[in-house]
Write a protein that binds this ligand. Structure first.
Ligand code: WTA
Length: 661
């Protein structure tokens, strides 16, 4: 099937091919009213440019410090940064008490929407009381500043209470996504030596209660460091409790005093550890500290979303178990005094309009979600959101993976009523905060581009020799100057921190992403560097080809991998999900799609093989697991599937393919 791979000298250069696709003429300037009262203006960029440290020193004033820092950045021992090092503060005080003291205790912190339809409205005053009680409960269990606490919960308000209770007493939390297995939980608990676990009997998913506590029991058979487990009642399932170790949250926390004075900690006191699944090896424990992180997320939520805390209703539709949940569902929004929506469930329970119903109900003004969700909504059809009033929306955000131009335009048009700006935010668990993003009141958006660094952030696109590439070329994304919310190290492994991020290009933070600067100098993310293929000596991005496929009217979603090929080095293999109205696939559709890719990018980009599938294997954070698709494309035994949302997906794909072979 490689007959159409052209010899290198006849093929158009990959760069030329990429430029065709990246030649995107559509521009969406900021709406006039938004620009007129925007938080960030051209002057903000100039201010940051003029004196970076002074700029961050200014942003630090968003936070209430017990001892004001006199120093902004200490970079005397790179790559180990210290920010605001002689300042002291309490993160929970900044998220809670100070708003109550300022007379905003009645402001809603969260509108909680449970999957089964139960709702709660929680004010800043109520949240503050709940957190004080939970902090007292942890203290009674012997948790001290510096001790680690694991949080393994569904998306319920107690997850926020647990996080802030830890922050309040200076105990670094490690939130483990509720969909992870007992093994994954155990390895995280072991890695950072957790003493107390906060969990629930269960949570709701797709209309059914599912247990969580049994996974904790199983994990703890391997984790002697844990001496207590606090269990929140969510589903009311039968839950075995271990005498002397397990305590019901409502009883134990409920009886605690509602008085607790927050103690100030040094700015570099550890705030949390968040594990990310590296592509190889054991998960990395990303360490974030208190002062710089809080400044970074507070500033970026305000800047990127043009946040007006008194009037906006903000909804980050991400799980609290991921960094997006930490930075933009908990710390940033609360430090800014935002009213947020928190939704427990899946977008199609009990019906496919659930998100849009929530937006209509709470008059949500800012929505932040992942492209994978947007593409799912595209698949379901525009007639679903059309039935709801979403006129309250004024900024739409995207995060987690490159957003295909077609998905961007669909989002803007069908969710944003063709008037709301879309901000495509590039960042990582490691960066803690947004790094590259349009600013909604300044930037004329280009569909598919993350555009420019956030004011205060410095990035570059470099070649193998660490030289900045000219406009119109691709390379590696690097961050050239320290930023306040940067990871400080990997938990217990300084050397791996240095090796992973700072050794590829000495002095520069290597993000692991490919990027391209277009003719205007704007930045496009091209996917992880490990997802870049080399076909007949040409570097091709999986993202580019996925975008081309998704721009075909019959395609809802696609994943592209490079499979090793004797002739071309790597060959392109595409997996596609067709839209509901596209028929059942078959050879005609495949031929049509191959021709379409050839037309969009060039013959060199034509997939060797296109497989029509029902589902794609995704991690629980919604990322497509290309590694598994590569196994299929290369006829290998399947690798580790434990982090898949649904491990049966892989069997379905295999069966489906052998049936059609
Ligand atoms: C990818 C999620 C393109 C990227 C906040 C990065 C993106 C990894 C974008 C980090 C974006 C995130 N455009 N790619 N807007 N946002 N990524 O740690 O490959 O779960 O390195 O953090 O996601 O994923 P993480």
């Amino acid at each position: 099937m490689t007959d159409e791979a052209l010899p290198a000298n006849e093929a158009p250069s990959a760069n030329e091919a990429l430029s065709n696709l990246l030649h995107e003429d559509r521009r969406f300037p900021p709406p006039a009213d938004l620009a007129a009262s925007a938080n960030v203006t051209a002057a903000t960029y100039a201010e940051a440019e003029a004196d970076l440290e002074a700029f961050w020193g200014e942003q630090a004033k968003r936070i209430t410090w017990d001892t004001k820092p006199t120093e902004v950045l200490d970079w005397s021992n790179p790559p180990f940064a210290k920010w605001f090092a002689d300042g002291t503060l309490n993160a929970a005080y900044n998220c809670l008490d100070r708003h109550v003291e300022a007379g905003n205790g009645d402001r809603v912190a969260y509108y909680f929407e449970g999957e089964p339809g139960d709702t709660r409205v929680i004010t800043y005053a109520e949240l503050t009381t709940d957190v004080k009680k939970a902090a007292n409960a942890l203290l009674e269990l012997g948790v001290e500043a510096g001790d680690r606490v694991a949080i393994y919960l569904p998306m319920i308000p107690e997850a926020v209470v647990a996080i802030l209770a830890c922050a309040r007493i200076g105990a670094p939390h490690t939130v483990v996504f509720g969909g992870f297995s007992a093994d994954a939980l155990a390895s995280r608990i072991e890695d950072c030596g957790v003493e107390v676990v906060i969990t629930a009997d269960g949570g709701y998913r797709r209309g059914k209660p599912s247990g969580l506590k049994p996974a904790v029991d199983e994990a703890l058979t391997k984790c002697p460091s844990v001496h207590h487990v606090l269990v929140i009642k969510r589903t009311g399932q039968d839950t075995p409790m271990t005498e002397g170790r397990d305590l019901w949250w409502d009883e134990f926390v409920g009886q605690q005093s509602a008085e607790h004075t927050a103690e100030a900690f040094p700015a570099e006191h550890p705030l949390y550890i968040m594990y990310t699944s590296g592509s190889t090896g054991k998960p990395k424990g990303i360490l974030h500290t208190t002062g710089g992180y809080l400044v970074g997320v507070t500033y970026t939520q305000w800047a990127t979303f043009d946040l007006k805390p008194e009037t906006d209703i903000f909804w980050t539709a991400a799980d609290i178990g991921w960094v997006t949940g930490h930075s933009y569902l908990v710390y940033g929004p609360l430090a800014n005094g935002t009213t947020s929506v928190m939704y427990e469930g899946t977008p199609d329970t009990p019906h496919k309009g659930r998100w849009w119903e929530i937006i209509e109900k709470y008059r949500v003004s800012i929505l932040y979600c992942a492209p994978t969700a947007i593409r799912t909504f595209m698949k379901w059809g525009a007639d679903i959101p059309e039935q709801f009033d979403m006129s309250s929306l004024r900024v739409l955000g995207s995060v987690g993976e490159p957003i295909n131009p077609e998905a961007y335009v669909w989002y803007r048009t069908n969710i944003g009523g063709d008037r709301v700006p879309v901000v495509d935010t590039w960042w990582q668990t490691e960066t803690g905060m947004h790094m590259i993003s349009p600013m909604p009141g300044v930037t004329s958006g280009k569909p598919g581009a993350a555009m420019t660094p956030v004011p205060g952030v410095s990035v570059d696109v470099v070649n193998d020799e660490a030289e900045s590439v000219p406009n119109g070329s691709g390379g590696y994304l690097v961050i050239t100057k320290p930023w306040p919310a940067m990871l400080r190290t990997l938990w217990g492994d300084d050397q791996r921190y240095v090796d992973t991020y700072w050794s590829r290009f000495p002095g520069l933070y290597f993000a692991g992403d490919g990027a391209k600067r277009d003719e205007d100098g704007d930045i496009w993310l091209l996917g992880r560097v490990d997802d870049v293929m080399n076909v007949s000596g040409h570097r091709m991005s999986t993202t580019e080809i996925e975008s081309a496929l998704v721009s075909h009217p019959k395609v809802a979603e696609s994943a592209v991998v490079g499979a090793s090929d004797a002739t071309t080095g790597q060959a392109i293999v595409a997996f596609v999900i067709l839209r509901a109205d596209a028929g059942d696939g078959g050879p005609d559709v495949v031929a049509e799609l191959r021709a379409h890719v050839a037309k969009e990018i060039g013959p060199i980009a034509k997939p060797r093989q296109i497989m029509v599938v029902e589902e794609l294997p995704k991690t629980r954070s919604g990322k497509i697991m290309r590694r598994l698709l590569r196994d299929i494309a290369e006829n290998r035994e399947l690798g580790d599937v434990t982090t898949l949302t649904d491990s049966t997906v892989m069997n379905l794909i295999k069966e489906n393919l052998s049936a059609s072979a």
